[in-house]
Design a protein around this ligand. Sequence first.
Ligand code: MN
Length: 389
Amino acid sequence: MDRFVSIYNDKVEYDLPDNINIYDTTLRDGEQTPGVFFSIDEKIEIAHKLDELGIPQIEAGFPRVSENEKEAVKRIANEGLDASIICLTRTKKEDINAALDADVDGIITFMGLSDLHLKVKMKKSREEVNQICMNAVDYAKDHGLYVAFSAEDATRTELPKLIDIYKQAEEHHADRIHIADTTGSINPYAMRYLVKNIREAIDIEIALHCHNDFGMAVANSIAGLMEGATSISTTVNGIGERAGNASLEELIMNLKLLYNKDLGFNTEVIHELSQLVSKYSEIPIPDSKAIVGNNVFRHESGIHVDAILQDPLSYEPYLPEMIGTKRQIVLGKHSGKAAVAEKLNTLNIEVDNGKLLEIVNLVKQEREKGEDITNDKFDEILLKANIQR
Ligand code: MN
């Protein structure tokens, strides 16, 4: 058995769609994290790793931002990946032309449609802005692109206004509409209400782009899936503007293990992908980060270690190999005999029970002095206990 999650997960029916498309935006929204810059080669390497994981769609960038960015998107589009390659554009012809130059399969063209965004950014009437959006959809469709129309700030835009623009997008043959929770400020129940109402009004595919300002991005994404959204935007390690986006690894592992929705990804690539994005983004992964944090499969407590050495699932919901990583047993003030015996075992050292207790106590004492119990420190402890190696 490689997993043992809550037995109550199976007590509920989950109305999830048969086909769920994940479009990863690490290379676009992730790169918009303040201070993050990926070189072209780094972007290509990340794109390959996303492809190896099995991500069906990669949002590779925002070509209109710079010539370098356009080049990066173009290179990724021509790498022969299995994933389809899309990019971001505003509703401007210049942006869509830049996307065409970059050889992408499709675009996400966006407009902030809340009253606040219209007032602050566009300074035009809603009718005029809607017309600009549809001109962009028409132009991109005329040029053979897959077109997703995204209402930025959708979760702060009144429903009739949203439904009106999404219906127009459908009439103009957009392939997909996006509901962007740009400020990460909706809750999962409200997301269900919103998606349900939009699902009833239009027939084309619905995508969600959720930010994590309240730690709800993955929960909101799954809530939306239950009401008929079929595409979800993610980033590796959840990077992105402010509190970031729905985390790719959390979404995949939630669906696979908590909702029994295995999308067929090569999850054993997750750890490596996470490390790669952390390295190139120069954003360290918090030790306690779900799925990919350093402490997720790291144990010190004597009670836990004793049980884990008999059966890891006693204190882990799934085995680390599933995401391509390994368990670590750390010696410290909470260590007990089992962890120390296991450590001695790896060093081929045999001791009697009295000696074992002596070493356990020395480990605790050293740790309480503030020392990390490294391999060197453990050797010192063995010397103190008069054990010859
Ligand atoms: Mn965003």
